[in-house]
Write a protein that binds this ligand. Structure first.
Ligand SMILES: CC(C)(COP(=O)(O)OP(=O)(O)OC[C@H]1O[C@@H](n2cnc3c(N)ncnc32)[C@H](O)[C@@H]1OP(=O)(O)O)[C@@H](O)C(=O)NCCC(=O)NCCS
Length: 170
């Protein structure tokens, strides 16, 4: 599954993650409220570089592929967040983060939609996300790309949302 070209939308360009993005992203990820529903804390530069090195290197096992994109404003190139997907064969588990100053302007929806469209073009037909039951903004993003909540709760207490190929009743 090749990657490398940026994904473009009306307002955004999604660039495949590079370790050098850490410098810019430390600031984007610096607000403590970004971690309200996911846990964790703002990373420092060293931690983020280490995380990005691991993400760029990819998983140790052969049946999983990791995709990470920095979400940038198309006009200025300014980094505003990231989207990511863990792909196993035809299934992708997806996630999104938009920095606090840029939230509530539809950027997460726009970035997530571009990612899903690209993945679908690569043969991914099943999508999932794990979302805290009180995280309305992330639920809205998931709904916007067609995901629906399942009854399933994962090991972290998050609700599993899914979009699966439409089954023909025949
Ligand atoms: C979830 C997140 C990515 C949404 O980013 P965003 O760019 O603000 O989202 P959008 O502007 O595309 O808005 C999506 C929807 O959420 C709604 N929304 C945005 N912020 C909201 C808030 N604080 N409370 C309630 N709804 C909110 C928007 O009105 C929009 O609703 P609509 O689709 O009905 O119009 C962002 O809040 C974030 O990064 N949070 C921290 C990281 C995180 O928790 N990621 C998700 C892990 S599952």
């Amino acid at each position: 599954m090749g990657e490398g070209a940026p994904l473009r939308t009306d307002r955004l360009v999604l660039t495949p993650l590079a370790v050098a993005d850490a410098g810019e992203m430390v600031e984007v990820l610096s607000a403590s409220e970004l971690y309200t529903f996911t846990g964790g804390a703002p990373p420092d530069l060293e931690q983020l570089e280490e995380r990005y090195r691991a993400q760029v290197a990819g998983p140790a096992t052969g049946d999983e592929v990791w995709h990470n994109w920095i979400v940038r404003l198309a006009d200025s190139g300014t980094a505003v967040g990231f989207v990511q997907a863990t792909v196993t064969r035809d299934a992708a588990d997806v996630a999104w983060v938009i920095g606090a100053p840029h939230q509530n302007g539809g950027l997460a929806r726009e970035a997530a939609a571009a990612m899903v469209l690209w993945l679908a073009g690569q043969g991914v037909s099943r999508f999932s996300a794990r979302i805290h039951p009180r995280h309305i903004a992330s639920q809205r993003v998931a709904a916007a790309i067609g995901l629906k909540p399942t009854g399933q709760i994962d090991e972290d207490g998050e609700v599993v949302w899914e979009l699966s190929p439409v089954q023909s009743s025949g």
